[in-house]
Design a protein around this ligand. Structure first.
Ligand code: LLP
Length: 441
């Protein structure tokens, strides 16, 4: 299956996703609108799961990285597809549990989990907690004692692999707030401490080398470094890790600067990683660990598009043309944060030739509120519907109410059917938690 099979021009030349005409979607649901292609999400979950089955005898699982896009429907799909998930906050854990997710299939992350979040995780019976800081093991040991359980844990390790990606989304450099470093010996020292605690059971290790990565070698190198570390722990302590979680990070297509991967390419990424694990375990004479991966962006990123209505157009001749839309950094924060690049399409005429490069501006009271700059577009006018592509990951999940704008609704499309999965906020939602104290009355 090609990654963009369900995103195409229909007979009228309109952009279609999941069998739905985007102009019709904009008319029925309003804009801005997050649209998610269900088949795409399911296909990506399956490709990873099937690759683990085929290349690694099913000795592992996929954990959907909730942070990319967390809502009840997403967990319902992941559950149906037989994969697990991660959670990096009490809120993500709460949402997954509310969606009926099996707690045993949830792994909890976070470099500074609160005591409440640790309690919430232990009492829910999550499959694993990934210990990420010095204080955590001891706190968790006490909580597990209170609950009368032996909590399974992994330790987050920093393998010191530099991934070729945007600096802000790297998480495993030596200078990182995450995990215990192999290089400075803290990962080994902390392993010995965790092994000494009686109410937590060390199952293995986790690492995550960054996001939006296309370098296959980075993943293989991280896997090899982790296995070298597992071997040195075994030699020093006798403990041999049963679980190896290699995190997420596979890149997706945003613009022609990025490779456009097919489903087979994603399978190949995972196969390369699995081959590295198999070769290294055999050369080091280790058991093949149960393998976990945590893709987020690659599962849901290209599944999503955002529909906007064009409003004001400001052409500063010789300098720049601003095409303003009814969204902005409150629902699409990645340009403001990372200067991310996007592809945009005129929904009424997908095949119209691009004749200009424009900056797509949002409606927030801030100059930096752009959805993207220098985006090639055909001629557009106020009232046209624009689709920005590859917005499924880290858009809704990083949205805010800046300027008290309402977070848009999200719909799921499949075979020409469109269903709301997140309702649009209302003005009442905005003031739901506001309080005027007596002193102000
Ligand atoms: N596991 C861990 C521990 C992570 O920290 C992350 C992402 C993932 C899995 C999923 O990575 P993915 O497959 O989605 O690349 N807000 C940024 C991305 C931050 C990613 C942080 N961690 C962005 O919009 O690009």
């Amino acid at each position: 299956m090609n990654v963009r099979e369900t995103l195409k021009a229909n007979a009228a030349g309109h952009l279609e996703i999941g069998g739905c005409d985007t102009l019709e979607l904009a008319k029925s649901f309003g804009t801005p609108l997050y649209v998610f292609d269900e088949d795409y999400i399911r296909a990506m979950m399956r490709i990873y799961r099937n690759t683990i089955a085929k290349e690694y005898g099913g000795n592992g699982n996929v954990l959907y990285a909730s942070k990319a896009f967390s809502c009840l429907a997403m967990y319902a799909i992941a559950k149906q597809e037989g994969i697990g998930c991660d959670a990096v906050s009490g809120g993500e854990l709460f949402t997954a549990l509310k969606a009926g997710f099996n707690p045993g299939d949830i792994y909890v992350h976070g470099n500074n989990k609160t005591v409440e979040e640790l309690r919430q995780s232990v009492s829910a019976g999550v499959g694993g907690i990934v210990i990420d800081s010095y204080r955590e093991a001891d706190i968790l040991n006490e909580i597990a004692r209170e609950y009368g359980v032996r909590q399974s844990v992994l330790i987050r390790v920093n393998p010191g692999v530099e991934a070729h990606t945007h600096a802000f989304v790297q998480t495993a450099r030596t200078d990182s707030k995450f995990g215990f470093s192999i290089a400075d010996g803290t990962a080994l020292d902390y392993t010995e401490h965790v092994l000494s605690l009686e109410n937590i059971e060390l199952k293995g290790y986790h690492c995550h080398i960054g996001s939006q990565i296309f370098e296959k070698k980075s993943f293989a190198l991280a896997a090899e470094k982790m296995l070298d570390f597992i071997k040195s722990v075994k030699d020093k302590t006798g403990f041999e890790a049963e679980i190896l979680n290699l995190g997420g990070g596979f890149g997706i297509y945003y613009t022609d600067d990025d490779p456009k991967l097919t489903m087979d390419d994603y399978a190949e990424y995972l196969t390369t990683l699995i081959s590295a694990v198999k070769a290294k375990t055999s050369s080091l004479n280790l058991k093949q660990p149960y393998l976990l991966i945590e893709p987020g962006r690659s599962i849901v990123g290209e599944a999503g598009i955002t529909l906007y209505t064009v409003g004001a157009i400001k052409d500063i001749v010789g300098i720049r043309k601003y095409v303003a839309v009814d969204g902005g950094m409150f629902e699409s924060p990645r340009y403001a944060l990372y200067q991310s690049k996007y592809t945009a399409v005129k929904a009424s005429d997908v095949n119209a030739p691009c004749v200009q490069k424009v900056s797509i501006a949002g409606k927030c009271c801030e100059s930096g509120d752009l959805i993207g700059v220098d985006i090639p577009l055909p001629q557009v006018e106020s009232g046209d519907i624009l689709a920005v592509l590859s917005t499924g990951a880290y858009h809704y999940s990083m949205a805010s109410n800046y300027n008290r704008n309402l977070i848009p609704q999200a719909i799921l499309v499949k075979n020409g059917r469109a269903e709301v999965i997140i309702r649009k906020q209302t003005y009442d939602d905005l003031i739901r938690n506001d309080v005027i104290p007596d002193s102000l009355k």
